[in-house]
Ligand binder design. Structure first.
Ligand SMILES: O=C(O)c1ccccc1NCC(=O)[C@H](O)[C@H](O)COP(=O)(O)O
Length: 218
């Protein structure tokens, strides 16, 4: 099996950025929404002068952003992917795609109608992030959902040639189980943190598990 794509999300300091820049992750996520992980694009811009992340793709995570919020991020940072993590509509996303030439993902929360929601966005987005549904929180919850649904999400994404990341409470103790479903992508935030900081040790242990799994499946 190919190695799943990794997205390490919620970078909130220069040190976090240094740690993830030397990781195996293909994607680095920044939060521009109400969150303890929210960052200021102008500050991130100063970090990028010190850390070379040209080998990674930069993901901007938004929750129902205003046009000004989007512009502030997109004019300051070399964003490769916009991840819409709120209740943005098809039309909202279409509007952004008129000017943004990069990749767009829609985050959807796992529930009984998620596949129907995927259908409704499939013609406008390049990929999906399936996350846990927690009352009052959009993401970064550290809580996982019932992964028996993962094969349905993978099938839908393959059939529609979309990328699909599984998010929500993935950590070093449970990633082995998630890997048995062979997801195309895995998105982690809380599970690679210690005391609100990204942990190099946790990241390395997680990457070891991911690479072990790739070797076993060969
Ligand atoms: O991480 C946040 O604080 C956050 C806040 C608001 C919207 C989205 C957010 N995170 C988006 C992500 O892509 C996270 O990586 C994803 O939710 C998984 O987080 P976790 O359960 O902590 O691994």
């Amino acid at each position: 099996m190919p190695k799943p794509l990794l997205k390490f999300c919620g970078i909130r300091s220069l040190d976090d950025l240094k740690i993830v820049s030397s990781s195996q992750a293909e994607y680095i996520g920044l939060i521009f929404a109400e969150s303890k992980r929210r960052v200021d694009p102008k500050i991130v811009k100063t970090w990028l002068k010190e850390v070379d992340i040209t080998a990674k793709k930069l993901v901007a995570v938004f929750v129902n952003p205003t046009a000004n919020e989007l512009a502030d991020v997109l004019t300051n940072l070399p964003i490769d992917v916009i991840q819409f993590h709120g209740n943005e509509s098809y039309e909202d996303i279409k509007k952004v795609k008129e000017t943004f030439v990069g990749t767009v993902w829609k985050a959807l929360h796992h529930h009984s109608k998620t596949i129907e929601e995927m259908h409704s966005f499939k013609n406008i987005v390049d990929g999906f992030v399936i996350d846990s549904r927690m009352k009052g929180q959009w993401g970064g919850t550290g809580v996982s959902f019932d992964w028996s649904a993962v094969p349905h999400y993978i099938k839908f994404s393959r059939d529609t040639s979309k990328l699909c990341f599984i998010a929500g409470g993935v950590n070093e103790s449970n990633i082995g189980k998630l890997l048995t479903y062979h997801p195309q992508g895995i998105d982690l935030s809380s599970g690679i943190e210690v005391d609100n900081k990204k942990s190099k040790d946790k990241i390395e242990r997680i990457e070891e598990r991911v690479l072990q799994n790739v070797n076993i499946s060969r």
